[in-house]
Write a protein that binds this ligand. Structure first.
Ligand SMILES: [Cu+2]
Length: 134
């Protein structure tokens, strides 16, 4: 009887290990080229809203958004006294000092698929980018 219980235990361990080894597919999906909009992208009344937090840098650093869609870049500051509040988006000639705390909506012209819009702080040490996909 003891032998059976032990061998059942061994089988359980093997099955558990097998499931654990076959599960972590998430590692590969993180790095795959996923063209679905990022979780910080939403649609409000047909308008695409991209939300980025600015404080000690920008979060998220990369965003995937839909191309050819009217878009608002919504930058949130919250006790942001570092230079990530001095935002520049060279491609659209945007340069502004954001309030230390608040929400700033920036209207982005429609971007075609394949465009990557880069934004950075005034000193260029913090940055983020938005990839527009069709
Ligand atoms: Cu900076």
């Amino acid at each position: 009887m003891k032998k059976i219980i032990i061998s059942l235990g061994v089988v359980a361990v093997i099955i558990t290990a097998f499931i654990a080894l076959n599960k972590p597919n998430s590692k590969t999906t993180v790095y795959s080229d996923n063209s679905e909009p990022s979780s910080n992208v939403s649609l409000e009344n047909g308008q695409q809203i991209i939300t980025v937090d600015a404080k000690g840098g920008y979060t998220p650093r990369t965003t995937i958004a839909k191309a050819d869609t009217p878009t608002i870049l919504r930058v949130r500051t919250s006790g942001t006294f570092d230079c990530s509040s001095a935002l520049r988006i060279p491609a659209i000639k945007y340069s502004k000092n954001l309030p230390p705390t608040g929400t700033t909506d920036i209207e982005l012209p429609k971007q075609s698929a394949g465009t990557t819009l880069k934004a950075l702080c005034s000193m260029g040490m913090y940055n983020f980018s938005i990839q527009f996909k069709g």
